[in-house]
Design a protein around this ligand. Structure first.
Ligand code: SAM
Length: 290
């Protein structure tokens, strides 16, 4: 082990970045975590990693990847779009034989069940590239069939996105993402990070959110119907539901009466459960007219 090696015997991340010329690219949302104490703390938020497969999006120079392996992950399956990072990641893979598989490519195009190929239980853990963080999250939350192929997610977002995920009704941050996330998972903010925790420092603060999928979300409805209802309601969030839901159904008042929801209420006042109730009634109507 060289005198400057990290606690895992691998070179410090700053040396790796310099050696491989990994100057951060804004277009790829590259804000790296270089402090292994911090990444290990994040890895520990993912719970006991023994016997777990971790899917990591965007390992970059490998700060979180190394922490996950040090904390005992059985296997890490990582998808990285930036080919410049691959030699650095190969060094980590060689240091942990058989425990790190790196897939070059775009996480938005990954076939997750094929990548994990039966290696449950799976946690998704990532310091996500901010440009595609919400899109990736919505795709995971809309996974079919449900319960999904992962049983936990520990994800870093911009603080503003984390606030939207866990927002309560009657707050400015409450919206489509809050309803989807809270209907299908128990979501909570488990760590806040200032911009200086990253290199380079982004303009805004960040937060880690932990998601635990709810096996059978209640009230039951299809996730696609719930998405239609929330899109319509929050599309005009300041309007009363009897007006904003016209996009969804020609007679919103009938739907609202059946759900026991006053037509004067507005989208941001409805609970997650009320949205799912609306979706289940819409579905029954869809089936009746089919
Ligand atoms: N995990 C590293 C860390 O914590 O220091 C890097 C995190 S950095 C915020 C986001 C990473 O995602 C970068 O390595 C970037 O190259 C990668 N990335 C960006 N877009 C991606 C995509 N569409 N698919 C896979 N990886 C992507």
């Amino acid at each position: 082990m060289s005198p400057t090696a990290g606690p895992d015997g691998l070179p410090p991340l700053r040396d790796i970045i310099e050696r491989h010329g990994l100057n951060a690219k804004k277009s790829l949302g590259q804000n790296f975590l270089l402090d292994l104490n911090l990444t290990r703390k994040i890895a520990r938020l993912s719970g006991n990693l023994d016997h777990r497969t971790i899917v990591e999006i965007g390992p970059g120079p490998g700060g979180l990847t190394r922490a996950l392996l040090m904390e005992g992950a059985k296997r890490v399956i990582a998808v990285e779009r930036d080919a410049r990072c691959l030699p650095a990641l190969e060094e980590i893979a060689a240091h942990y034989p058989g425990r790190l598989a790196v897939h070059p490519g775009d996480a938005l195009e990954a076939d997750w069940p094929a990548l994990i190929a039966g290696s449950e239980p799976v946690t998704i853990a990532a310091n996500l590239p901010y440009g595609i963080a919400s899109l990736l999250l919505v795709r995971w939350l809309e996974t079919e069939p449900w319960p999904p192929w992962f049983d936990r997610m520990v994800l870093m977002f911009q603080r503003e996105v984390a606030d939207r995920i866990v927002a309560a009704p009657r707050t400015k941050a409450y919206g489509r993402l809050s309803v989807l996330a809270q209907w299908r998972t128990r979501a909570k903010v488990v760590m806040s990070l200032p911009p200086e925790a990253f290199t380079p420092a982004p303009k805004v603060a960040s937060a880690v959110v932990e998601f635990t999928p709810i096996p059978m979300p209640e009230p039951q409805c299809r996730v696609s119907t719930l998405a239609r209802v929330t899109a319509s309601a929050f599309g005009q969030r300041r309007k009363m539901l009897r007006s904003s839901l016209k996009q969804l159904t020609p007679m919103p008042e009938l739907l609202l009466r059946e759900a026991g929801i006053a037509p004067e209420r507005r989208a941001e006042e409805l609970t997650v459960s009320e949205f799912a109730t609306l979706a289940s009634i819409v579905e029954r109507g869809d089936q009746a007219s089919a």
